[in-house]
Design a protein around this ligand. Structure first.
Ligand SMILES: Nc1ncnc2c1ncn2[C@@H]1O[C@H](COP(=O)(O)OP(=O)(O)OP(=O)(O)O)[C@@H](O)[C@H]1O
Ligand SMILES: CC(=O)N[C@H]1[C@@H]2OC[C@@H](O2)[C@@H](O)[C@@H]1O[C@H](C)C(=O)O
Length: 367
């Protein structure tokens, strides 16, 4: 039993989610005591976005962004602590900001980079900070992602029913929890990263509220077929992806021509829904229940398309299971911090492809 803080700033790049949780029974029972979200300051957001692609003076800029992120995390920590004393919190699990994700890409090793100055965060907060959760899995030849499946399994697995969990973040990822047998998990492909990017470029809004703009357009089946021909979709797991592949540059060759912008948004929403539905049917045809989390769960249009594409599957938001959709990933990193302190592996080798179970993270002690 103990209090932990989880911090997540994901590939949607919308901001930071923080939770204060009470974890009991070795992480099997989780109670969210406080949640706080704040958008990134516009300058930090655009710098983090820029750092996703090669550019000038990257080392210096990345170090400054890592400092700025630590200070932004400190504010969220203050917000969730409220009256709780720091001494009561066993650790902070801080994801950091993924700016590059290239597991296995170079000499078969590759790297993944989550920016965050963990030392600065520990110094400012006076609480143990666990961060850099993905590198050890990559060092063990794993994808380093997705890491939430172990957490999903602890919270959502049912012995009598094949269940799945879908996170609609910047990237969509699925966890498949069969009634019997190993857990599967992988990134399906793009979700909010492209939906938000296209929406912002054409409407000036950071995201497509409720998916209403997408719903106003028409799906361009030819364009959708071109996009679905991307080899990533057919690759077998273990697999993970990010903005390294699915940035707006991935769209541009096909879409800068004379297409209506709302139709492109409709087609992007359809790309998310169809790639997820196809993955679920292909890899877990026995699934009868799908829990959905991540900010994309608020995209009513994408949710309606998933419902239409997956008849016979009960689709529910994780709110109904007691964990709000925007809290799941932050809670997962609190859970992973507990696993680190208790020296329990955080990865599932059958998901990431790592050579074996590994304790994930690096510790910056409070004092
Ligand atoms: N009302 C809404 N309508 C449509 N989309 C929404 C709404 N609210 C949030 N979103 C989407 O959710 C995104 C934020 O989701 P979330 O916080 O899960 O992303 P993330 O933490 O970056 O995820 P990940 O780490 O999984 O990539 C927003 O950028 C937006 O695309
Ligand atoms: C490298 C990286 O940051 N991956 C994220 C991203 O956002 C969603 C999807 O792609 C998932 O694989 C992962 O995040 C969650 C928290 C995970 O590791 O399970």
């Amino acid at each position: 039993m103990g209090f932990y803080i989880g911090l997540m700033s994901g590939t949607s790049l919308d901001g930071i989610d923080a939770v204060l949780v009470d974890l009991a029974e070795g992480g099997k029972t989780l109670t969210v005591l406080a949640h706080s979200h704040a958008p990134f300051a516009p300058e930090l957001r655009s710098e983090l976005l820029a750092l996703n692609a090669p550019g000038d003076n990257e080392l210096h800029r990345a170090a400054l962004a890592a400092n700025a992120l630590a200070l932004a995390c400190e504010e969220r920590i203050e917000a969730v602590l409220g009256g709780t004393s720091r001494a009561q919190v066993r650790a902070i699990g801080a994801h950091g900001q993924t700016v590059r994700h290239r597991p296995g890409a170079f000499d078969g090793i590759g790297y993944t980079c989550q920016l965050l100055n963990g030392a600065l965060l520990a110094e400012r907060c006076g609480i143990d900070v666990v961060c850099d959760f993905r590198s050890r899995d990559v060092a063990a030849n794993g994808q380093g992602a997705p890491l939430v499946p172990a957490f999903h399994a602890a919270l959502f697995a049912q012995p009598d029913m094949a269940t799945a969990v879908l996170n609609l973040g910047g990237i969509a990822n699925l966890t498949l929890l069969p009634a019997e047998g190993p857990v599967l998990g992988f990134d399906c492909g793009p979700a909010n990263a492209l939906l938000d990017g296209w929406c912002e470029r054409h409407t000036g809004q950071p995201y497509d509220e409720g998916g209403r703009w997408a719903a106003s357009g028409r799906v361009d089946e030819a364009l959708l077929a071109q996009w679905l021909a991307e080899p990533y979709f057919a690759r077998r797991p273990p697999k993970s992806t990010g903005r390294d592949l699915f940035s707006l540059d991935w769209l541009d060759p096909q879409t800068l021509t004379s297409r209506d912008a709302a139709d492109v948004q409709a087609t992007l929403a359809e790309l998310t829904a169809r790639s997820v539905a196809a993955d679920l049917v292909r890899h877990a045809p026995a699934s009868r229940q799908l829990w959905v989390c991540g900010g994309g769960a608020h995209n009513t249009h994408v949710m309606q398309r998933l419902t239409a594409l997956l008849p016979g599957i009960r689709i529910r938001l994780t709110d109904e299971a007691g964990l709000q959709v925007t809290q799941v990933e932050a809670a997962a990193f609190a859970w992973l911090a507990q696993a680190f302190l208790e020296k329990r592996p955080g990865n599932l080798p059958e998901v990431t492809g790592a050579q074996g179970p590994r304790v994930l993270g690096a510790l910056y002690p409070a004092r």
